[in-house]
Write a protein that binds this ligand. Sequence first.
Ligand code: ZN
Length: 152
Amino acid sequence: MLHAGGPAIVQNAAMKRHRPTAPVLCPCGLNTPYAECCGLWHAGKIAPDAEKLMRSRYVAYVMNLKDYIYSTWHPSTRPVTDLDVNGDGKLSAAKFIGLTVLTHIRTTADTATVEFIARYKSGGRAFRMHETSRFVFEHSRWWYIDGEVSDH
Ligand SMILES: [Zn+2]
């Protein structure tokens, strides 16, 4: 189960029983409640910079928000095939367990890169994905272009 423990589900379950006593922290790694962090961008506000967009896309993978992944992907590089490669309604078979943003560089006025390490589990094993993602600012918002995965 990729997203059984996702924050939205946890929060909804908690609210049915009783009022939540503590905010659910955003999975993106910032010590911030989800609703005041990536939840804002998931709800439709425009992420103000490439790093926040990248974090919110990571959380979208955690929470299996396929529409958000598509809508933040630049049309020039957005996959035309369904991201649900396994046909099970999930974006990924991996269970993402942590994100560390290493650098966020504004490479030009309209472009930026974000280098990060995402940790995940798959088939009972833990993995690290070290990627540098490219973003472009267009039509008053940031878009994900593509990413280059490092071997180390
Ligand atoms: Zn967040």
